[in-house]
Design a binder for this molecule. Structure first.
Ligand code: SIN
Length: 558
């Protein structure tokens, strides 16, 4: 089946839906999402959205906090744009009906929370389930818009790319790729459809599932990163994987975050004897940047041999805790932990990918007609470490930027012919065709996630990275050799994407011979500004088979 829309939005989180609502003002929009429309990383975001709204705050302070977190790699023009756009984007969400907590201070209409690395209270939140509240208002608005159609259970396989050769002088020929949509697997109907579009927006979120322990939901399999890489787009900074310091540690809790806002309200990290330990690691103690807190916990666990540390907020008033953290309170209570009395067992887990598909200030990638928004993008905002609660903000700001850019080009792009589309995929799985070989998928999935956790985790070494590289190469070989015989299905596609992303993370981590932000390598424990104050850019473009790095300077990214 062939569909034609002006805009193809891949992903139904805050980035995709924010774009869809703006894009729908001048064009038709398809939003495709591989599961239920609400099953997104956004939906699980607890903390909130950072923005300058308090009487004691300023754009300069938010900019400076973001730069400090990013450890020398943030792009200052992007930081400035995102921070200054924050209040307008928040007001738009308010106007859509987002139920943000209101403040008692008449000078600040919001109850502003604090998280690690922020020098002021500036986190706009809806209790402790901000993402869920935002996702719902955006979905409601999108569903009732006549120009937007949402396709659930539709998994994007690859992009539809046309290759042009352009004469760029008397002799030189420039090659330009142009994206015209995507091949999409209808998981329920089992057909492969062509979604043709004037602009395509990758809003696929993160890749937390590449690690054994993650705060991310099962959908976070790095699809956008892998798709963009295969299409030849440039990616950057994939070594900077943010590990959230405090995920709930309990055999029956899967991927459950204990928001940093708990530390913002006075929660302290302690070991099993009740000893607070963050003072020994950083003057900001429990509210130090996430890389520092996650490494401190990792060190404490390795020293003691304990399986977890604890986050203790039991000194705060019980009524306040139930009101401020109803979601966390209920979840913990359901597992026998009363946060008003008991310390919460926590461990770090993969949370956020600071690198991604390289974009400009409009969210446009190195491929014409292809944009990347939200966690799958590398806009330059986060640098080597993301400041807490800057992610939803970035997604909204860049959705807005991209919408303007796309609108200005829409008429011209409507005049272009869509390319002839080859049929390049085998048949999708029938109802029971794949079952006998599914073990190949689940086995490789398991070993890859454990490998990444053990060898490419919070603390790295050259040797572990090299071993990880060899193991992943073997896994990718197995996928290439054996899995084409398995009919196409979503598990297979996700495994291929995850393995691709794992390889790219390892590659970027091996390039960076220093420690900076979230990338900590015991063999190169110091920061090396002279050589490494730059992005690690990868692209398929210059290698026949495999990876190549393009210095950031060439990308105009320094
Ligand atoms: C949290 O609530 O701790 C997560 C917020 C974020 O990742 O920015």
């Amino acid at each position: 089946m062939e569909y034609v829309f002006d805009y193809l939005v891949i992903g139904s989180g805050i980035a995709g839906l924010s774009f869809a609502l703006e894009g729908a003002r001048n064009g038709t929009v398809a939003v495709v999402t591989k599961k239920d429309k609400l099953e997104t990383n956004t939906n699980y975001a607890q903390g909130g959205i950072a923005s300058v709204l308090g009487p004691d705050d300023s754009f300069q302070l938010h900019v400076q906090d973001t730069l400090n977190a990013g450890d020398g790699l943030c792009h200052e023009d992007v930081v400035d744009l995102v921070v200054r756009s924050g209040p307008d984007r928040i007001m738009e969400l308010m106007n859509l009906g987002a139920p943000f907590n209101r403040g008692v201070d008449p000078e600040s209409p919001f109850d502003l929370g604090r998280e690690g690395g922020h020098s002021r209270n500036r986190i706009v939140h809806a209790q402790d389930a901000t993402g869920r509240a935002v996702e719902r208002v955006l979905i409601d608005a999108a569903e009732s818009h006549p120009n937007i159609r949402i396709f659930e259970n539709h998994l994007v396989l690859d992009l539809i790319i046309a290759h042009h050769s352009i004469k760029a002088g008397s002799l030189a020929i420039r090659h330009q790729d142009d994206c015209f949509g995507a091949f999409v697997l209808d998981i329920a109907g089992q057909g492969i459809h062509h979604f043709l579009a004037r602009a395509t927006l990758l809003c696929t979120g993160g890749a937390g599932k590449v690690y054994l322990y993650t705060s991310n939901p099962d959908v976070a399999t790095g699809d956008g990163l892998a798709i963009a890489y295969r299409a030849g787009a440039r990616l950057a900074n994939l070594e900077f994987v943010q590990f959230h310091p405090t995920c709930l540690y309990h055999p029956h809790a899967k991927n459950f975050l204990i928001s940093e806002a708990v530390r913002g309200e006075g929660g302290r990290l302690v070991d099993k004897r009740g000893r607070a330990f963050m003072e020994a690691y950083h003057p900001l103690k429990d509210l130090a940047f996430r890389d520092i807190v996650a490494r401190a916990i990792d060190t404490e666990m390795k020293k003691s041999g304990d399986d977890c540390v604890f986050l203790d907020i039991s000194h705060r008033d019980a009524g306040f805790l139930k009101e401020r953290f109803p979601n966390i309170y209920q979840k913990c209570l359901s597992l026998g932990i009363d946060i008003t009395r008991d310390p919460i067992p926590v461990v770090p887990a993969a949370h956020y990918m600071c690198g991604g598909i390289v974009t400009d200030l409009h969210g446009q990638t190195s491929i014409e007609g292809l944009y990347a928004l939200g966690e799958c993008a590398c806009t330059g905002l986060h640098g080597a470490n993301r400041l807490a609660s800057n992610s939803l903000l970035e997604a909204m700001v860049f959705a807005h930027q991209a919408a303007y850019h796309c609108a200005a080009r829409l008429e011209e792009r409507r005049k272009r012919q869509f390319p002839n589309i080859p049929s390049c995929f085998g048949p999708p799985a029938g109802s029971d065709a794949a079952t006998s070989e599914m073990i190949l998928i689940s086995h490789n999935w398991d070993i890859m996630r454990r490998l990444m956790w053990n060898y490419v985790g919070i603390v790295r070494t050259d040797k572990r990275l090299n071993l990880a590289r060899m193991h992943i190469a073997q896994i990718r070989l197995e996928i290439r050799e054996h899995l084409p015989h398995i009919p196409l299905n979503s598990d297979l596609v996700e495994l291929q994407n995850l393995a691709q992303v794992a390889e790219l993370i390892i590659y970027c981590a091996m390039q960076r011979k220093e420690s900076r932000g979230l990338h900590y390598n015991l063999d190169h424990p110091r920061k090396d500004d002279a050589h490494w104050r730059r992005d690690t850019v990868v692209s398929r473009e210059r290698a026949e088979d495999g990876l190549c790095a393009i210095p950031a300077r060439e990308m105009g990214m320094d």
